[in-house]
Design a protein around this ligand. Structure first.
Ligand SMILES: Cc1ncc(COP(=O)(O)O)c(C=O)c1O
Length: 456
């Protein structure tokens, strides 16, 4: 008799991965190196020490170590909210009348309401180990800021969070959660930094962007001895920590004798997608399997689908090293859409390279269609998804509908990165019919491309 697949599969604590997987070790070609913006020479690990803590700088640059041991303290912390369940979306399948099998890995089961805590605790741990005095960061939707506030509270590390102004205004209670954990929150752009003042002078009504908030957070860290900056996405080290998502998913699927035909994740800076796909991409890179891998981004901020593969700054203030990635230009400020965590001008250099080399697909979806999917999912599966996560839901639903049309029983795995409890302004806008879909014109995007740094 065929095995009955449970609604939710939780690994035991003993089955949880004890190592992170570094995808770069299996890539045939590495992404281009980070460049020092002053000299245009490749950055050396020591060059990163003034910005990042040392252990993380090493993780950033290491493209040969395949597996990194997860320090025991981090493993213990993970056990407070992991393993996260692998869920079979039986009710969604039924509602869609699809022969497809839909699975999702649910990362919303911690106070940050997202996968972000997986990297936040690692970054706070290494900062504490180095004896740092405090950390600074940016947050878009607020999940990363909350995750880092939780992690810093655990290690008693002071934290300043620059929060993108539109999110700060749309989600006042996010600020309160972060303050509960002891973090200081500054809406960005602000007058507290030189770069914030400059941006405000140019564009006083701006709602901000992740790029601006990153510049402010770096400026604050660089001007306070003993402080370092940490980032919740984009960087190689963050993808490394997030590989726990994919590793757990793969173990759980193996226990069910399943393997995904399609793996889908939303893509902001690329951390959840990079983490979810890591072991499946390993199979693809090493020729063991060839699942389709799909990145889903908002049509209003289409870095993979309409961006340029070019060297660019990771922040608006142009203080970071240059990374070669798919980008809309570091001065591009996306419209105030409701998926704050997907409003980043660039994309992880690892994912950009894999996409450029044809290992991954990307699609862009409009926010009304995303919310239509979010509401259907919430009604069928009871979880109220974050708008970011609902991008992946949209794509999974569309794939399942295609299966209904072709009669194929494909296995679909998507990342449900978080919950949307703080996104009621967004849900309200959708439910009241006032939500609009902003898609930038080619001329609009060209303005961002015109300001790309000239690197030969
Ligand atoms: C719930 C959720 N999902 C996805 C993302 C996108 O980030 P990333 O591409 O780094 O996974 C965010 C970012 O804030 C988020 O909060």
């Amino acid at each position: 008799m065929a095995k009955k697949i449970p609604h939710r599969l939780y690994l035991t604590e003993d089955q949880m991965p004890k190592q992170w997987y570094n995808l770069r070790a299996d890539m045939k070609q590495q992404h281009d190196p980070l460049l020092n913006p002053a000299t245009l020479k490749p950055v050396k690990v020591e060059d990163l020490y003034p910005i990042f803590c040392e252990e993380l700088a090493h993780q950033e640059m290491d493209c040969t170590t395949r597996y990194f041991d997860i320090p025991e303290e981090i493993q213990e912390f993970y056990k407070m909210y992991r393993p996260s369940p692998l869920v079979r979306a039986y009710n969604l399948e039924k509602a869609l009348k699809t022969p497809a099998k839909i699975y999702f890995k649910y990362e919303g089961n911690n106070t940050s309401g997202s996968h972000k805590l997986n990297s936040a605790i690692a970054q706070a741990y290494y900062a504490k180990k180095q004896g740092l005095k405090g950390l600074t960061t940016e947050t878009g939707a607020g999940q990363w800021g909350t995750a880092l506030a939780e992690a810093c509270a655990f290690y008693n590390l002071p934290l300043t969070v620059y929060m993108v102004k539109v999110s700060y205004e749309q989600k006042p209670f996010r600020k309160t959660v972060m303050q509960t954990y002891g973090a200081e929150i500054v809406p960005s752009p602000s007058n507290t930094t030189k770069i914030g003042q400059e941006i405000l002078k140019e564009n006083p009504d701006t709602g901000g962007s992740l790029g601006c908030a990153i510049s402010e957070a770096i400026e604050k860290a660089m001007s306070n001895p003993g402080y370092r900056y940490v980032l919740g996405s984009v960087l190689n080290q963050v993808l490394l920590h997030q590989s726990i998502i994919g590793l757990e998913s793969k173990i759980a699927l193996e226990m069910l004798d399943e393997y995904p035909d399609i793996v889908i994740g939303c893509a902001g800076g690329g951390s959840n997608l990079g983490g979810l796909i890591a072991p499946f991409m390993q199979d693809k890179l090493t020729g063991k399997a060839s699942p389709r891998i799909v990145a889903v981004e908002p049509a209003s901020c289409p870095s993979l689908t309409r961006g340029k593969y070019a060297y660019d700054f990771c922040d608006t203030g142009r203080v970071t090293p240059l990374a070669r990635m798919y980008t809309l230009g570091s001065r591009f400020i996306p419209s105030a859409n409701h998926a704050g965590g997907l409003r980043y001008h660039g994309m992880s250099p690892i994912l950009s390279k894999l996409y450029h080399d044809g290992y991954m697909e990307a699609i862009a979806v409009e926010q009304t269609k995303v919310f239509e999917a979010a509401v259907l999912f919430a009604k069928q599966e009871t979880i109220l998804p974050a708008p970011e996560s609902a991008h992946a839901i949209r794509a999974a639903i569309d794939e399942a509908i295609r299966c209904r049309e072709t009669g194929e029983a494909k296995t679909i795995l998507f990342g449900l990165t978080g919950t949307g409890y703080f996104d009621m302004t967004a849900y309200n806008s959708y439910l009241s019919g006032t939500m609009t879909d902003y898609i930038p014109s080619d001329e609009n995007l060209q303005k961002g491309f015109d300001l790309l740094p000239k690197v030969n």
